[in-house]
Design a binder for this molecule. Structure first.
Ligand code: NDP
Length: 278
């Protein structure tokens, strides 16, 4: 029977250390400031942004959400980013994705100053991460690494990542590689997914398909990190058949309450990092 990794609790204790860092910054006259741009009325985006606002408030970060109708033009958004880039009081800039179809997402990401890119999506930060240099790391992958480290040594472990998206799969594999894990990537064209996942000491699943990973696909004693968020019959579930895999793994993250709380916490971490750089 696996240990259930309480992401909420790990995140809460990490936020305590951030609170102390923010108090120290404030005592030196620095107020960490995060600007979040929210476009349109996608309910999931609104809910994520509310979570970010709450976490910022708890830690003492001054956060401001700028809400726009989805008719905002790309130029208006880019001009707004330029203004925030130039504002010395703003430490972090986050544009909540996805964006309306008429706005080029990669152009927007690239316009955010890499020094204020608290999502860690700018190519300069991605490149630095790839080189193993100190930089703003993408939040979900960083949160996953932190959770894994609460359970096990990473060096020498075989990490199998299912999913190769730019925001989760690819970078999380890179972070574990930087920690000297042996990393295998799987995706929709992988011919025998089970054969790969059964080799994992640490299995990270970031696909977006309920019950993709069943118990027969998991090595006994593996650490299983379920990143997926799927709504099934009104309930949130991950990509892993939780009840069955729990019997086989040594530790597993639940959905909800696993990776999700860490993602927001690492966004706060990045904002505090930028503010600390002065
Ligand atoms: P994407 O849709 O961008 O990527 C999904 C990946 O899964 C792709 O690489 C795709 O392969 C792969 N894939 C699809 N089907 C299969 C299959 N049958 N077997 C193996 N691989 C497959 O998703 P994201 O990475 O953005 O998100 C993944 C999940 O994580 C979602 O449920 C999302 O909601 C959740 N998420 C959770 C977060 C959190 O904080 N908890 C944060 C971000 C995401 P290919 O490249 O070949 O198409």
């Amino acid at each position: 029977m696996a240990v259930v990794i309480d992401g909420k609790q790990v995140a809460a204790s990490y936020r305590e250390t951030l609170k102390e860092r923010v108090a120290d910054l404030r005592a030196h006259g620095i107020v960490p400031k995060l600007k979040v741009v929210l476009i349109g009325d996608d309910p999931a985006s609104h809910s994520y942004v509310r979570g970010k606002e709450r976490a910022a408030e708890e830690i003492g970060i001054d956060s401001q959400v700028l809400r726009f109708d989805e008719t905002i033009s790309e130029k208006e958004l880019l001009d707004l980013i330029d203004m925030m880039n130039a504002d010395e009081e703003v430490h972090g800039i986050l544009v909540q994705l996805p964006l309306p179809k008429h706005i080029d997402e990669s152009r927007v990401i690239m316009r955010i100053s890499p020094e204020k890119d608290v999502d860690g999506f700018h190519p300069e930060n991605v490149g630095k991460m790839m080189l193993g240099l100190d930089t703003l790391l993408p939040c979900t992958p960083h949160g996953i690494l932190h959770l894994a480290k609460t359970q096990t040594e990473i060096a020498g472990k075989h990490v199998v990542v299912v999913g190769r998206s730019q925001i989760v799969g690819k970078p999380v594999g890179m972070l574990f590689l930087n920690e000297s894990a042996t990393v295998t990537y799987c995706h929709s064209k992988t011919s025998d997914l089970g054969e790969m996942t059964r080799q994992a000491d640490i299995l990270i699943v970031a696909v977006g398909r309920a019950r993709l990973v069943t118990a027969d696909m998991v090595k006994p004693g593996a650490l299983v990190i379920d990143v997926g968020v799927n709504r099934v019959e009104g309930r949130l579930v991950g990509d892993v058949d939780y009840e069955a895999v729990k019997e086989k793994a040594s530790a597993i993250t639940p959905v909800p309450g696993g990776v999700g709380p860490m993602t927001i916490t690492m966004l706060m971490h990045n904002t505090v990092e930028v503010a600390s750089r002065g």
